[in-house]
Design a protein around this ligand. Structure first.
Ligand SMILES: Nc1ncnc2c1ncn2[C@@H]1O[C@H](COP(=O)(O)OP(=O)(O)OP(=O)(O)O)[C@@H](O)[C@H]1O
Ligand SMILES: [Mg+2]
Length: 215
């Protein structure tokens, strides 16, 4: 859940944990650390973490997510301002944010890049958000290739989706970025013929994929 609030006179977003299980706490702590260490104009700025209701306080993006903007555009809003120039500019800003992550030593992979995690400010600045699933390349924080709580197969490279389960890489982030560019082109939700919360298990079931098909 994300709330709007004020902190030291400025508007902020307060992202509360859905529950306090250890996976979510670890995700939030990792997000705080990564956002704090990754200052860039196209990466969502973190102000801090607060407790006892463990929450992440970040800059507030009044236009919310790119997906929300595209949904409104499909309903006829933004006719005048969602021009080609604007959309190309948003894609470029998102690419700069991702390049910044991929340029860190060691490389930071996002692993959950999708239009709901690309936020837009009042003056159309783009911010890459939700680094909670990000990990440093080559450092396996969970000790296994586990799937994060929010990951959505619509934006995931095919080699990541079970039963393939190849490791995440810069290339798999770039695949997700390609899906976002497709959204900017069409305004459509990727694979909209599948259920709204398409997740790995649903995807496997809908495609009738099982382990015996793993070649
Ligand atoms: N910093 C922010 N400023 C303004 N709106 C935000 C901010 N962070 C999140 N939001 C809004 O809250 C919504 C929910 O964000 P949240 O990250 O909790 O879920 P999500 O990205 O939609 O899905 P998932 O749970 O898979 O990450 C976003 O889609 C966006 O519209
Ligand atoms: Mg999100």
């Amino acid at each position: 859940m994300v709330y709007e609030g004020t902190w030291k006179g400025r508007e902020v977003a307060i992202k509360a944990l859905k529950c306090d299980n250890k996976t979510w706490v670890a995700c939030l702590e990792r997000e705080a650390g990564l956002l704090g260490a990754c200052a860039h104009e196209n990466i969502l700025k973190i102000h801090g973490v607060c407790s006892p209701w463990l929450s992440l306080v970040t800059e507030y993006c009044s236009r919310h997510s790119l997906r929300a903007i595209l949904d409104k555009a499909r309903d006829g809003a933004f006719d005048e301002c969602l021009t080609w120039e604007r959309r190309v500019d948003m894609a470029l800003q998102a690419a700069r944010g991702m390049l910044h992550l991929h340029s860190q030593q060691p490389v930071i992979l996002h692993r959950d890049l999708k239009s709901p995690n690309i936020l837009v400010t009042d003056d159309w600045q783009v911010k890459i958000a939700d680094l909670g699933l990000a990990k440093l390349e080559g450092v396996d924080v969970n000790g296994s290739h586990s799937l994060g709580p929010g990951q959505n197969a619509r934006w995931l490279a095919p080699e990541i989706i079970p039963p393939q389960q190849q490791p995440f890489s810069c290339a798999s982030d770039v695949y997700s970025f390609g899906v976002v560019m497709w959204e900017l082109l069409t305004w459509e939700v990727p694979y909209s013929q599948y259920p709204p919360r398409l997740k790995f298990a649903d995807y496997a079931v809908s495609r009738n994929i099982n382990s015996s098909q793993q070649a």
